[in-house]
Every structure is written in C-alpha cells, then in structure tokens.
Design a protein around this ligand. Sequence first.
Ligand code: NAD
Length: 300
Amino acid sequence: MNIAFIGLGNMGAPMATNLVKAGHRVCVFDLVESAIRALEAEGATRAESAAAATRGVEVVISMLPAGAHVRGLYLGRDGAPGLLDALLGTPLIIDASTISPEDARIVGAAAAERGLTYLDAPVSGGVGGAKAGTLTFIVGGSEEGYAQAQPVLEAMGKNIFHAGETGAGQVAKICNNMLLGILMSGTAEALALGVKNGLDPAVLSEIMKQSSGGNWALNVYNPWPGVMEGSAASRDYQGGFLTDLMAKDLGLAWELALGSKSTVPMGSQARNLFALHSAQGNGGLDFSSIQALYRAGEDK
Ligand code: NAD
C-alpha cells in the first residue's frame, strides 16, 4: 500500500520503519529534519509537508504528541488550512496519538463531513513494542474502517482491538495509561522502600515479579537503574515514554473523570506525582524516572 506517515518521534519512527519492512511504500513527514532523514535511511521517501506526504496514498497515519497537534494537523491552525482540506481522494485516516476522546470525535466528525473515514487508534506497548512490531492498537471508529485498517496495523502490532465508535479507542487507552501511571509510581515506591531497608533492587524486583505484586513495570520496564538491561532506567532515562506525555495522559484521565462524574483517587495521586516530577525538570526524561522522586535525599 501507499502510506503517508506523519510524526516520526520515539514511537512513530519505529512504527513507520516496520511498515517499510512489511513492503509498504511509506512517505514520511516530521517537523524535525533529522527524523525524516533517519526514516529515509530505512527506505521511506521524504515529503516537505504533511500535505505533500499524502499525495496518492490510500492510508494516512499520524503519531503526534497531543490533541492540539492532531487538531492543528487535520483542521488547521493560525488561519492555515488543515490536512483534511488538502487531501486528494479519500484515504483512510488513522491517528495513533493518545489524545482526548473529545478531540478524536471533533476530528472524526470533520473528516466524516468531507466523506473521509477517521479512526482513533492509540497504542500500548512502548518504544520496545513499536520496534518489535508487537504494539497493541485500540481502535475507535466504524466497523468498515476497522476492517480496512487491519492489514496495515498488523505490520506494526500484535493485538488489535475494536473498542467501539470514534473516541472509544482513546477512552480505553486513557483507562490503561491511568493504570500504568499508578503501577509505575507504585512499583517505584515499593522498590525505594525495599532498598532503604537493605534489599538489593534486583533481588526485590525478582521476588515481586514472581509474587502477587507482579506487573508490567516490573516485567518489562523496571524503573531502578541497572536492574534490567535495555530499560530506560539503565540509560539515564533517555528516550522511551516521556514524563510529560504520562502527565498529559493522566490529565486526560482526570478530564474524563470530571466529565463522567467518576472517582479516580489513585489516578489523581499519580497525576500529581508525575506533574510534580515534571515541574522539577524531568518532563523530558522517560516516565520511569519517577523513581528519582522516591530517591531524593537518599545519600544524606
Ligand atoms: P515524541 O514527542 O517522541 O514524537 C512526536 C513527533 O511528532 C516529534 O518527532 C515531533 O517533531 C512530531 N510532530 C509534532 N507536531 C508535528 C506536526 N504538526 N507535523 C509533523 N510532525 C509533528 O512522542 P512519542 O513518544 O512518539 O509519542 C507519540 C504519541 O504516542 C503521544 O500521543 C504519546 O502519548 C503516545 N504514546 C507514546 C508511547 C511511548 O512509549 N513513547 C507509548 C504509547 C503511546
């Protein structure tokens, strides 16, 4: 297939690379030149704008930081027209960014007005999953759109779910990431407690992994430096899933809770922890660096 891929960051770059590897013709665009060049080296073709990337494609995929970027891309900003008005033909639109369900519905409705099919398809699995092509896609949108997207998503992911209508993918993703934020901060807290009381973090991690506290953070994303080879913690928390993006997702959970009069005390606590961690200058580090919040003053 001919595919346009817009947004080549920590997640978008390996996802687009897997599309190339699967034999698709992928035309890419990002605001950062070096990101485009890296994908060219993988066999993608470059475009000088998002609109140019979509010429003659059957599918448009976007992987951007937040809702404002997605609205800006598709609907336009500062008087400039959006991509929806620049598209030729009727390519399927798949936005894999994590944004609010409200934003997804706004862009989805604008797409539908122009006869276009839009799917929200946020992902889970982290940069490791993006590289390995084992992401989980959580799709919101029509049955027809979901069926059309499947062969493309299968080149980047292993588990593909249809959560419901437009926006439903984002609701499910936000619930998942609220739980992840709670689990990561809880894991960091437990590790810090054990280490302060004389345990080796690797030994404690192994014990908890095989016990009732076992969870995804312990299994594949251990926040303590040096415990897990290849983890963000073991490379000074560079790359991965940024603290600011986790704080954004926990904010989305909070908004969702307000709108539906739901109670999310654990999610609120996690949101405050990640917001505090970000305010202390760690927004650009991987979210597992929340471990540092529990280690402050350790050597005193
Ligand atoms: P990132 O910040 O690494 O990458 C975003 C990319 O989008 C950047 O390269 C940026 O230059 C580009 N960009 C921004 N606006 C653009 C525009 N208008 N046109 C073209 N390019 C533009 O972010 P990421 O970690 O790749 O995450 C992307 C999305 O995926 C976020 O919504 C995030 O919440 C979600 N997500 C991330 C992870 C993870 O582990 N990193 C996991 C699951 C979901």
